[in-house]
Design a protein around this ligand. Sequence first.
Ligand code: GSH
Length: 224
Amino acid sequence: MRTLYHYWLCPFSRKVRLILAEKKLDFELEAERTWERRPEFMDLNPAGKVPVLVDLNGTAVVDSMAIAEYLEEAYPEHLLIGTGLAHRAEVRRLAAWFDDKFAQEVSVSLVLEKILKRNLYKDHSGPNSAVLRLIKTYIHEHLTYISWLVDRRKWLAGDEFSLADVTAAAHLSVVDYLGDVPWDKHELAKDWYARIKSRPTFRALLSDRLPGIAPSSHYGDLDF
Ligand SMILES: N[C@@H](CCC(=O)N[C@@H](CS)C(=O)NCC(=O)O)C(=O)O
């Protein structure tokens, strides 16, 4: 069976889960405790990071964008990278926006402050309030940008659903799990996310439950 090594609140892992679902490819999930540096996992990825995909033929692919590109080439039936040069460039620009900028300013920083610090690194000092304040400011800027985009286009990168939407939604789903998306102030972004949430491919993410960490009350609701 195709296997995806992942971590529940890792946005990059979630991105790959969504791509596999959009492409209707079966896979099993293997939750990896990266901080344990398991030798068998380090053999797959010496960087010690998830996601790692091991395909049916045994090929191990590392890094969510490398996995996305690999899956596009290996399984071109449901293309997500866009059609035409300009559209593909725009899809890649926006995927990078969320994987780099949004991750750094919001999703990965938030998971680090709220979950990883305490649970994994045994740092019980609590989230740094200055960092949380910054994250709060940044997320408004990102939601404003999403609203601006979907006011002009059907989906983030154009008229077709693409890897840009998948990547943005994967990152936002992590923040939404923790209840930190101010949807009430960003109607257009909320409408766009509601459209993605109602896709059958998103269902598995909505039923994720982390041991000991309950999701926000509206996390699984299609009508939120
Ligand atoms: N650029 C990588 C980032 C992957 C990444 O940062 N994964 C995090 C979890 S979200 C991780 O495994 N961190 C463990 C570590 O750094 O030791 C990708 O797109 O896959």
